[in-house]
Design a protein around this ligand. Structure first.
Ligand code: FEO
Length: 173
């Protein structure tokens, strides 16, 4: 049994995961417009991962007998000056998500809600990986600066990213 207070917080975060998906879908089109097909792929994979995160929250709440509430999504930014700016915005956004997940975990502990604590553990680990990936790319992009050849090499690396459906996660797309 989940408390209304915890369920409301999870519902709010579920909407934030959907908003995250929209941010990365928009970044994918922006990277494509810049001619960076690899980065466009990277952000498309990120979009798909966020949809999995969204569906994980959705499924958890529905399995707990809750009627979820979808909030209307606000418009997402769609203009960026560079790939570096997109990655810096990505890291800032993921740091916000990490803080939200930590706050949710703390709330679940306070509510002695063990099921929600276990549910959130996957996200705690996932956020460490996400932030780390973003920091790696930012470091590389800072190293190459405005060097077009360097940016294209990073773009080629980003083209290699593939979406992997997490084991047991609900299908999102
Ligand atoms: Fe779903 Fe990127 O956090």
């Amino acid at each position: 049994m989940i408390s209304k207070k915890v369920a409301d917080s999870l519902n709010k975060h579920m909407n934030l995961e959907l908003y995250s998906a929209h941010i990365y879908l928009s970044m994918s089109s922006c990277a494509n417009e810049m001619g960076l097909k690899g980065a466009a792929n990277w952000f498309m994979v990120q979009y798909r991962e966020e949809m999995v995160h969204f569906m994980k929250f959705y499924t958890y709440l529905v399995d707990q007998g809750m009627n979820i509430e979808l909030l209307s999504s606000k418009a997402v930014p769609n203009t960026y000056k560079s790939l570096l700016e997109m990655m810096q915005r990505t890291l800032t956004h993921e740091e916000l998500i990490s803080k939200c997940i930590n706050d949710l975990s703390e709330q679940a502990v306070q509510a002695k809600d063990h099921a929600t604590q276990i549910f959130l553990q996957w996200f705690v680990t996932e956020q460490v990986e996400e932030e780390n990936n973003d920091r790696d790319l930012i470091a590389k992009l800072k190293l190459v600066g405005d060097n077009g050849h360097g940016i294209l090499m990073i773009d080629a690396d980003m083209a290699q990213r593939v979406f992997v459906q997490p084991v047991g996660a609900p299908l999102a797309v």
